[in-house]
Design a protein around this ligand. Sequence first.
Ligand SMILES: Cc1cc2nc3c(=O)[nH]c(=O)nc-3n(C[C@H](O)[C@H](O)[C@H](O)COP(=O)(O)OP(=O)(O)OC[C@H]3O[C@@H](n4cnc5c(N)ncnc54)[C@H](O)[C@@H]3O)c2cc1C
Length: 502
Amino acid sequence: MADVTDGASGRDAVAGEHAVVIAGAGPTGVMLAAELALAGVDAVVVERRTADEHLGSRSGGLLARTIEILDQRGIADRVLAAGSPVQVHSYGNTVLDLEGFPTRHPYALALWQNRFEQLLEAWADELGVRIARGRAISGVAQDAEGVWIDLDDGSRLRAGYLVGCDGGRSLVRKAAGIGFPGWDAATSYLLAEVELDEEPEVGLRRDERGVYAIGPADEGRHRVVARDDVVQAGDAPTLDDLRAAMRRLWGRDFGLRGAASLSRFRDTTRLAATYRSGRVLLAGDAAHIHAPMGGQGLQLGLQDAVNLGWKLAQVLDGTSPASLLDTYDAERRPVAARAQRHTMALTALSRGDDRTAALRDVVDELLELDEARTRLAGALSGLDVHYDLGDGHPLLGRRVPDVDLVTDEGARRVSELLRDARPLLLDLGEGAPLDAASWSGRVRVVRARARGPWELPVLGGCPAPTGLLVRPDGYVAWVAQDGSPRGLAAALSRWCGAVSGG
Ligand SMILES: Cc1cc2nc3c(=O)[nH]c(=O)nc-3n(C[C@H](O)[C@H](O)[C@H](O)COP(=O)(O)OP(=O)(O)OC[C@H]3O[C@@H](n4cnc5c(N)ncnc54)[C@H](O)[C@@H]3O)c2cc1C
């Protein structure tokens, strides 16, 4: 049974020593905790906020690759039922439709972050994840064997590894001495859920003052995003700040009466100098921050968690050497850097001046070309992520397509075979079975025939494989094309741990 605790009553549940301590129960921390729970790792999440203290809803939805990942863990249906499919990506004025992309989810899902977090936590709860709320991590010191973690109630935890999922101002990142280079803010926006006495002008506007919008929110409230250009971090915004911004942008404040939430976000863009310093790792906003344009932040965090969880589990149970954790940095940092390039470009394109309008027109013209549109849609949706796992078949290092299979146990989708977050060897050939006996217990071997083409977003169709090693995060680590097991033992050793004679 899950152990979701609050304040002092939860002290005993988390006291002492753990394989992993996770700082922060935002979406990244909870996803990582769930991945570790699937692998049977003793992990605990420490969260500064109490159960009834919520952050305003930030992300408006989930992108296609994120939905695929949730599908791999068997929770896509419940999340999809809570939101509605939309085509959200755009560049300039051009909507980048995912229609026709080779994925079961060629769309984004409109779903506020706080609702998504509730669903994610419910799943983590089912897996037995422990979250200690109402206590903050206040100090971190690591040695060769582990990490000491001080909490603000004066207690101390010991962990084999500490993962900082504690957001953009990450204490863990600072305590580990990890740099956070990048770009200071050039603009800022107020974000609020407000009560208005008058019916507002709902919709998104763009003019010489930039982009600003009013939309419907829960319980008759409205969500307002208003540019205010206060780029220096300072005091929390007030209702008067919002009123002034609304009067400047819309010409009136629509009878602004109160705000259920009010915050300011900026386009500060920073990337951690490394995602790992010894036994301390970073994931999510703790590792990368940028403007919300393009809707990338939450998606990156969830995908960091899914990349890291199984690696950490394998290192902790001695299956793999600690160097496996370096692949987390090598794979995920470039993905965040690339996403930041897009968030910066999208922020620049959202300016309202005439020169930027001219640039938007040029971009729109280029995006009349199918290839240009497809490329950008692949990048923003996360469907085209490519980890550098060497040269060879186009599937190598890319997400495994969710092809229909016929197995000895009946019809299965590839993603259904990844539910337990374990490595998967798909034996798709007609000849002698692929031999992974030396890795028995470490990799699930499924003999199957594929029903349907092997197609990749952006790249298109690719030669049918006769064997695939798929990592628990859904990325392809080895491909056979001609029935030959060449390279399989090396790939199994690399990703599932070395064995004697393997
Ligand atoms: C206006 C806005 C709109 C956005 N829109 C989108 C969007 O459309 N799509 C998208 O993908 N992303 C969007 N984002 C980004 C998204 O909200 C973040 O990327 C996401 O919340 C990051 O998740 P996280 O778990 O890494 O960090 P957070 O959500 O920041 O969670 C960190 C957690 O750590 C806790 N914590 C902090 N310090 C400590 C400590 N010392 N000890 C213990 N706990 C601690 C905090 O209380 C918090 O719960 C938006 C952001 C903003 C501001």
